[in-house]
Design a binder for this molecule. Structure first.
Ligand code: FAD
Length: 367
């Protein structure tokens, strides 16, 4: 294991995570002359997902560029041992892809044709021939197989350590048992903002000033890191402040998020809704309404993630014009509408009174 040591005060590139991807990025950056690279791993190299990998290296990919990338990888695995003295454990043992149905066999034939086009060797096999290549496999229910002699298997931990050694030999710095915490919180906060905006269409106002403060501190931290004449401590303090402010942003935003469940809303209006009452949802689809109402709502002016379902069930959606004509002639209908669009719909001619609501949905009635 690489022993922990004092961290460099700054680096041009910092890589977080010493799995096969992080070490490969460090290796390739260093190989291309960018040696001011610092890789930080919270545990030991390859201790994450990489450790669990079967590490099958299948050359045939859906695209030519994917296939070329894996071809490059196999060449690299062979070259790494010469370069670092550490083996990646790569063995070109060949690979079998099997088919149990005629349709799958047809697909495999196409795969074989694609392999040929990509310049790979591939051979169609009968079930018996496949059994000869891999005797422990039951072949009774097989329709056929494809044999890819250049496929192989590496050892994920060995590969990671070989890449890490290659990177260090070229000047990159690697630190294990070093967890990165500071920069993650602002990223988390930004992710939370995007999620909240996409899901609820607004960001809680009280969290905005925390977000601006966190963002500003973060930007200053990045700037201070970049400018080599600014003391490193300034970048560290700015990053820490950004993390604390981003955390505060998350806390205050969380307390203001709209309730996901519409249970309370439905409970208050359910006594007013009879079996004949028509139900509409305008400009939103709130998953919890239908189950609590035990009814299906007709959608108006909304597609979103329901696009596929609506194409299968077109009667469950109405255009704006069709809905308004229907609604304004009705005396027994209820519509659920996003609060932000009610005024727009009023100007379009939506009649009816608001009989309930919460911060995600208003209920308009023609009862
Ligand atoms: C069961 C299984 C089988 C698989 N089989 C194959 C296969 O046969 N062939 C194939 O090509 N792919 C396979 N994969 C996929 C492959 O494992 C992953 O694509 C690959 O390992 C991802 O590597 P990584 O470096 O991105 O992630 P990881 O190996 O998870 O590395 C991320 C590293 O980041 C570190 N880290 C996280 N947070 C911090 C922090 N805050 N500070 C510092 N360090 C941090 C973690 O400790 C970890 O070591 C398989 C995956 C699984 C789960």
């Amino acid at each position: 294991m690489i022993e922990p040591a004092a961290l460099p005060s700054r680096a041009r590139v910092v890589i977080i995570g010493g799995g096969v991807i992080g070490t490969s990025v460090a290796y390739h950056l260093a190989e291309r002359g960018c040696t001011d690279v610092l890789l930080l791993e919270q545990g030991q190299l390859s201790c994450g997902t990489t450790w669990h990998v079967a590490c099958l290296v299948g050359l045939l990919r859906a695209t030519e560029s994917g296939t070329r990338l894996v071809q490059y990888s196999t060449d690299l695995y062979a070259r790494l041992e010469e370069e670092t003295g550490l083996s990646a454990g790569f063995r070109r043992c060949g690979g079998l892809i099997v088919a149990r149905t005629p349709e799958r066999l047809t697909q495999l034939r196409r795969t074989a044709a694609a392999a040929e086009a990509f310049g790979l060797q591939a051979e169609m096999l009968s079930p018996g021939q496949a059994g000869e290549r891999y005797p422990v496999m039951a072949t009774g229910d097989l329709a056929g197989a494809i044999w890819l002699p250049d496929d192989g298997q590496a050892n994920p931990a060995d590969l990671t350590y070989a890449l890490a050694k290659g990177a260090r030999n070229r000047g990159a710095t690697i630190r294990e048992r070093t967890r990165v915490t500071g920069v993650l919180m602002p990223f988390l906060a930004v992710g939370f903002v995007i999620y909240t905006l996409r899901r609820y269409g607004f960001f809680p106002p009280t969290a905005v000033h925390w977000l601006i403060a966190a963002f500003s501190a973060g930007v200053y931290g990045v700037w201070a890191t970049w400018k080599r004449d600014v003391p490193a401590a300034a970048a560290v303090w700015a990053t820490a402040a950004s993390a604390i402010l981003a955390w505060q942003c998350l806390l205050s935003a969380y307390t203001e998020l709209p309730e996901r469940s519409s249970y309370k809303l439905v409970t208050t209006i359910k006594p007013l809704i009879g079996p004949q009452t028509e139900l509409f949802s305008i400009g939103q689809y709130r998953e919890t309404l239908s189950p609590y109402l035990r009814r299906t709502l007709t959608l108006v002016d909304f597609q979103g993630e329901l696009e596929f379902g609506l194409s299968e069930e077109p009667s469950r959606a109405l255009t704006t014009e069709a809905f308004l004509a229907h609604w304004n002639a009705s005396t027994n209908a209820v519509a659920f509408i996003a609060p932000g669009i009610l005024d727009t719909w009023r100007t379009r001619g939506l009649q009816g009174r608001v009989i309930g609501g919460d911060n995600q949905t208003l209920v308009v009635s023609r009862l």
